[in-house]
Ligand binder design. Structure first.
Ligand SMILES: Nc1nc2c(c(=O)[nH]1)N[C@H]1C(S)=C(S)[C@@H](COP(=O)(O)OP(=O)(O)OC[C@H]3O[C@@H](n4cnc5c(=O)[nH]c(N)nc54)[C@H](O)[C@@H]3O)O[C@H]1N2
Ligand SMILES: Nc1nc2c(c(=O)[nH]1)N[C@H]1C(S)=C(S)[C@@H](COP(=O)(O)OP(=O)(O)OC[C@H]3O[C@@H](n4cnc5c(=O)[nH]c(N)nc54)[C@H](O)[C@@H]3O)O[C@H]1N2
Ligand code: SF4
Ligand SMILES: [Mo]
Length: 740
């Protein structure tokens, strides 16, 4: 089964963003829509309410949806422009198959689906059931996430399914499960304005969770003090009472140092600790050595800042702690999160109005995507695939023998390692773009070249889809119906706005059709996403993430319902842990002692600078969607390397110079952005671009041993000035309107 490898030069010549600047109705705001549909933004975990205007089965614009309580009509630039991807000329409108000599050609659905099912059978017959792997994603609706988990275990019968949320939420999830026994933001966002002290660690709120900014402004109006920990002065940090420019990987120094001082000054709630927690003694013992001076060396910030942080956080009457990937994308990501949570539990300020804790979910369904059973170790309802009771229950729902459900499989990075090792030979992926988003890109590309068969379900020819043998033209969010679960744990309803164009199909139908070809039609008889949701409700019943009492009607009436919601007459649970009841069998919160440890690859003499990676406001994830929307590209056309003027001066680099950023694994050549808003020992490159502009050329393929999240936030690089390259970059900049 040799397949012609897709080489990088070939990709470069094929790839070029063709930008949608003109909306389908040609800028004519006067066009009367046929319909206006209340739905939600397809992008981040805020899941803002939005109204889409439809004419002739095309989305022609939007209007704010002011009644939706979470965002009250507010939208960020991505939400405003999102609909402009719909009419993009790159939109896949039919299944494509790679043919000898001609490359991709459109084929019938029967031919495409027969090929996919045939290859799954062939590979599994030769190499065993687990030699075929699946990847899902957290941009999928709950219904599709559930379907992928069932499809893997019941139709493909492989243990090896994981999802791109493994790159995202899993450190926070693992930490919350250890401490609280449940994995969800503890509070509704309406608690944020009521908090008197707010600590934000590793979250670029204004660019990545833009609507949350408004909740913080309200808190500031109410007199809240704000602490921000980030190696960069992000927009929200400009408004902080205390900005802590922590060294990447140094957060445990700040958290444990703060707790040390809080113990010394009597700012912990000993009564709450005695009644509602376990494990405090070990935590107290561990933080004893984290004196301000010791903590300061780990954190890379003055000891006085850590003291000040404790002075704000410790005695506050109410408080809210928020974090995102800045502390989670580490080989110690779970430890970082647990150290943060210890600051919350030690004060007892949780489970009541204005007292809370939340990880900020990332992808549109970052929350629901991690509950419905598309993780390698999970069954629906947040159940454990190794727990005999849980297996038995789900086997009953699916109508299969318990023994037929595979056991725990490999998570996403080990899946790629198993491809390298020749153990996994085939892959079907949906809603993930590993060629841009996984660390150590060259290793990932080699894995794709080794696969005997690869198929991708997508609506654009992503960098990963280009490696496929069969590309299945799936659906955009607005072309299908379903639910997602927002950052607060609120289950909301995405309406079907338009039909998929031409011969493209809704994702769930594609998955059911493959299942049928694998001989499991009887288990995938769904006629609509609503039917999938109704099965999901039953599958989640009695699980940690219980959706049983949530119906689409209720969601529409109540502007969403927060899980757990075990019955139709249950109001849902916006705030967890009320009455100090935690989700472990003993009802207590379990403190976890945390020791700092170094990153997998620290800066050294050879590669002396720390690279950290992340996002900008106008692009989304691997950029397949936002790099096609002109207005968003204009806002940030190319990746830039942010560096401090001191570092720039040392390296002889000026604003706008081209620089080569190089790690032991690869490099990018991008322009320098010389800014005072970053630590002098650290550079930042956003990761939304592919190929020779991919931040993940440099990143390290090291993962957290508990959550298996990659260490995207630290690797060692060197940076040097290089001549302006004459290549795609300049051409792309011209296409982007000459805006740098
Ligand atoms: N515009 C936009 N918004 C998005 C997305 C997008 O792609 N674009 N993606 C969505 C998704 S999936 C996610 S996961 C979220 C991510 O949301 P965030 O986590 O807020 O975004 P990041 O840019 O990945 O990282 C946040 C910050 O972590 C800082 N940081 C780096 N290393 C460290 C460290 O060691 N400690 C601390 N304290 N901070 C550190 C970076 O400087 C950065 O400002 O955003 C969601 N929203
Ligand atoms: N260096 C570095 N790398 C990172 C990060 C970082 O901070 N730094 N962040 C990580 C994080 S937090 C995340 S979440 C990942 C994201 O990693 P990716 O998996 O790359 O996420 P997307 O860009 O959303 O890719 C999803 C693909 O699926 C398609 N798609 C989206 N929605 C749907 C759908 O509903 N149906 C179908 N059929 N297709 C769909 C899109 O067109 C796209 O091609 O990246 C990670 N990678
Ligand atoms: S904040 Fe997130 S959900 Fe809201 S409009 Fe922006 S991208 Fe969409
Ligand atoms: Mo994410």
């Amino acid at each position: 089964m040799a397949k012609p490898p897709v080489t990088i030069p070939e990709l470069v010549s094929q790839f070029g963003p063709t930008l949608n600047r003109i909306p389908a109705h040609g800028w004519n705001a006067e066009v009367e829509p046929d319909r206006i549909v209340k739905t939600h933004c397809c992008f981040c975990g805020q899941q803002c309410g939005i109204q889409l205007k439809v004419k002739d089965n095309r989305v022609i614009g939007f209007e704010p949806w002011e009644d939706f309580p979470f965002n009250q009509g507010r939208l960020c630039p991505k939400g405003v422009k999102r609909y402009m991807q719909d009419e993009h000329r790159d939109r896949l409108k039919a299944p494509l198959m790679r043919k000898e000599g001609t490359g991709f050609v459109p084929v019938s659905w029967d031919e495409a689906l027969d090929k996919v099912a045939g290859e799954i059978k062939r590979i599994q017959q030769t190499h065993g059931p687990d030699s075929f792997a699946l990847l899902g994603g957290a941009s999928l609706t709950n219904e599709k996430a559930y379907l992928m988990g069932k499809f893997a275990r019941v139709a493909v019968k492989t243990a090896n399914i994981d999802y791109n949320g493994r790159l995202c939420m899993v450190s926070a999830a693992a930490a919350s499960k250890k401490v609280f026994g449940i994995d969800r933001a503890a509070n509704p966002w309406s608690d944020i304005p009521l908090a008197r002290a707010i600590l934000i660690a590793g979250a670029n709120i204004a660019e990545c969770a833009p609507i949350t900014t408004n909740y913080l402004w309200q808190a500031r109006e109410n007199g809240a003090k704000l602490i921000v920990m980030d190696p960069r002065i992000t927009p929200i940090a400009r408004n902080a009472d205390l900005y802590i420019p922590v060294r990447p990987g140094g957060d445990i120094g700040v958290f444990n140092g703060m707790l040390h001082i809080m113990i010394e000054r009597g700012w912990i709630n000993r009564e709450f600790i005695a009644q509602h927690t376990t494990g405090w003694e070990q935590v107290e013992e561990t933080v004893r050595k984290y004196t301000p001076e010791y903590a300061s060396r780990i954190a890379g910030v003055p000891a006085s800042m850590i003291v000040k942080a404790a002075e704000i956080w410790g005695p506050a009457s109410t408080s809210f702690l928020l974090h995102a990937r800045g502390i989670e994308h580490h080989t110690k990501g779970v430890l970082n999160c647990m150290a943060a949570i210890n600051l919350v539990v030690a004060t007892g300020r949780i489970g009541r109005e204005g007292c809370g804790y939340a990880m900020i979910t990332g992808q549109g369904n970052g929350q629901g995507g991690r509950e419905q059973g598309q993780k390698c170790d999970q069954l629906p309802g947040g159940r454990d695939i190794e727990n005999p009771e849980h297996r038995k229950y789900i086997a009953g729902v699916w109508g299969v023998p318990e023994e037929s459900i595979p056991h725990k499989g490999l998570s996403i990075i080990p899946i790629f390692e198993a491809i390298h090792a020749g153990k996994i030979k085939g892959l079907l992926a949906i809603s993930s773009n590993p060629m841009v988003s996984l660390p150590n890109n060259s290793y990932i590309r080699e894995a794709f070249e080794k696969l005997e068969f690869f198929s991708q379900i997508d609506f654009f020819m992503s960098e990963t889809a280009r490696h496929a043998d069969v590309v299945l033209a799936g659906s955009l969010m607005e072309e299908d119906e379903g639910t997602t679960t927002n950052v607060e744990g609120r289950v909301i309803h995405h309406k079907k706005v338009v039909d998929p164009p031409d011969d493209a199909r809704v994702d769930w139908k594609i998955i059911c059709d493959i299942a049928a070809r694998l001989g499991q039609a009887g288990k995938f008889t769904f006629d609509s996403p609503k039917e999938i949701f109704d099965e999901l409700r039953v599958a989640s019943k009695g699980g940690i993430c219980d959706y049983y009492g949530i119906t689409w009607d209720r969601i529409d009436r109540e502007y969403g319902v927060c899980w757990p919601c075990p019955s139709a007459d249950h109001p849902g649970t916006p705030r967890l842990y009320e009455g100090n009841k935690f989700n472990h069998p003993d009802g207590k919160a379990h403190f976890q002692p945390v020791e700092w440890q170094p990153a997998a690859e620290e800066a050294d003499g050879e590669y002396p600078i720390i690279l950290t990676t992340g996002r900008v406001v106008s692009h989304y994830l691997s950029g397949t969607q936002t790099r096609r929307i002109g207005a968003l590209v204009d806002q940030y056309p190319q990746p830039l390397c942010e560096m401090h003027p001191q570092l720039a001066a040392k390296l002889g680099i000026a604003e706008g110079d081209f620089v080569k950023v190089e790690s032991r694994r690869g490099s990018v050549t991008v322009r320098a952005s010389v800014v005072k808003t970053i630590r002098p020992d650290t550079v930042f490159v956003p990761y939304h671009w592919p190929l020779d502009r991919a931040a993940n050329n440099m990143t390290v393929r090291a993962i957290d041993p508990i959550s298996n999240i990659p260490e995207y936030k630290i690797c060692a690089v060197r940076v040097s000035k290089v001549p302006e390259p004459h290549d795609a970059i300049a051409e792309l900049e011209m296409e982007a309107g000459g805006v740098r």
